[in-house]
Ligand binder design. Structure first.
Ligand code: MLT
Length: 267
């Protein structure tokens, strides 16, 4: 835990030759990156914060924006004395925050990994869905909400064959505080459109998406990729909204190659 302006932010930190900041999605926490800590430890120093209200981080009172969460990630890097540019990897809401990080701190970004995410803001329908989700959490509790959300996170293959992974993720979902989940839903609802910055992204960008993602359709990601100069998109079979966990070997292989290329560029 590190004091991060007005709250304590929990984080995971490893050793390695270049720094990679992994930003989790909603309503998850840094536990989702377990396969990356395990396999990529020799390629990068991996820093995985728990976003406010998620995992072991404090839940600050009042509303919060994704831009502020990006600032909190930068504060964490500052607290750890990391001043050199880092690789930012964001999954879903973590990707929305990665875009906010790029907008605020372009000089701190060495490379970008976008997974299971989108640049577009919420549609009116999606905003209504956020309101309904907030009401459900308030009326029925977060665990009921999580139980309904759980199957939407996975491909049919994971749901049918990987009970252990599904149970592991359910435990992670239940570590979020109800206030933290509500604040994140509001923040996602109010997030700005990030498509205007796509054509200005000048760092190497890797995009990884699950073919069976039920939350963010593949077509939308293909459109996003076409707007980021020089980016590469990989669509993973038998993966839903959590490709880093559902197809961790393929995911880690792509990330390892990306990190190796970045290291070569440094030499
Ligand atoms: C996430 O996984 O972070 C969220 O499902 C993204 C969203 O609801 O837009």
């Amino acid at each position: 835990m590190t004091p991060n302006q007005n709250f304590h932010m929990a984080y995971m930190d490893t050793c390695g030759p270049q720094t990679m900041l992994l930003i989790h999605g909603f309503p998850l926490n840094n536990g989702i990156w377990a396969p990356q800590y395990d396999d990529l430890y020799d390629m990068a120093r991996i820093i995985g914060p728990d976003l406010p209200g998620h995992g072991a981080s404090d839940t600050p009172a009042g509303s919060i924006s994704l831009a502020l969460m990006a600032q909190q990630c930068a504060d964490l890097l500052d607290n750890l004395g990391i001043t050199e540019p880092v690789v930012i990897c964001g999954l879903s809401m973590g990707g929305y925050i990665a875009f906010e990080f790029v907008k605020q701190f372009p000089q701190r970004v060495k490379g970008l990994i976008l997974t299971a995410t989108r640049a577009l803001p919420d549609s009116d329908t999606a905003k209504s869905g956020r309101n309904a989700a907030v009401s459900k959490i308030k009326k029925k509790g977060l665990e009921t909400f999580n139980r309904e959300m759980l199957p939407k996170l996975f491909s049919p293959a994971s749901l049918d064959n990987n009970e252990e992974l599904v149970g592991f993720v359910f435990d992670i979902l239940n570590q979020t505080s109800p206030e933290g989940a509500i604040n994140a839903l509001q923040a996602m609802k109010e997030r700005p459109d990030s498509t205007p910055i796509l054509e200005k992204i000048s760092v190497p960008t890797l995009i990884i998406h699950g073919e069976d993602d039920q939350i963010i359709p593949v077509d939308e990601v293909m459109e996003m990729q076409s707007q980021i100069p020089g980016s590469n998109l990989y669509i993973l079979e038998n993966a839903g909204h959590l490709p880093n966990m559902e197809q961790s070997d393929v995911f880690n292989g792509l990330v390892a190659e990306f990190l190796a290329d970045l290291m070569e560029m440094d030499e």
